[in-house]
Design a protein around this ligand. Structure first.
Ligand SMILES: [Zn+2]
Length: 96
């Protein structure tokens, strides 16, 4: 089971490595923004300095009408392909 996915970059902070940028921007897995908790836990276990959340959040939704994958911008939960409504909650893991 994939807990999260995205892009990450590191910086040298005094005598240790720390995360400078981290996002859930993975168009393959399209993880929910709440997957940050899994990322934070993994970074803490690796003893890496980190921010308090994703430095860049991507909101993914699958359109229930046309099934296309959307990136929601500015809280506009409308499908860019068919103008259908997108759900408020993450649904990239279902096919219903
Ligand atoms: Zn659609």
């Amino acid at each position: 089971m994939v807990l999260s996915a995205g892009e990450i970059s590191f910086t040298r902070d005094a005598d240790r490595w720390a995360v400078s940028e981290v996002s859930n921007q993975s168009t393959g897995y399209c993880p929910d923004v709440i997957s940050w908790s899994a990322v934070a836990r993994a970074l803490d276990e690796a003893e890496l300095g980190r921010p308090s959340g994703f430095t860049h959040e991507v909101v993914f939704r699958r359109c229930p009408n046309c099934q296309e994958h959307n990136i929601v911008r500015e809280d506009d939960f409308v499908c860019v392909f068919c103008d259908g409504d997108l759900p408020a909650t993450w649904n990239m893991d279902s096919t219903a």
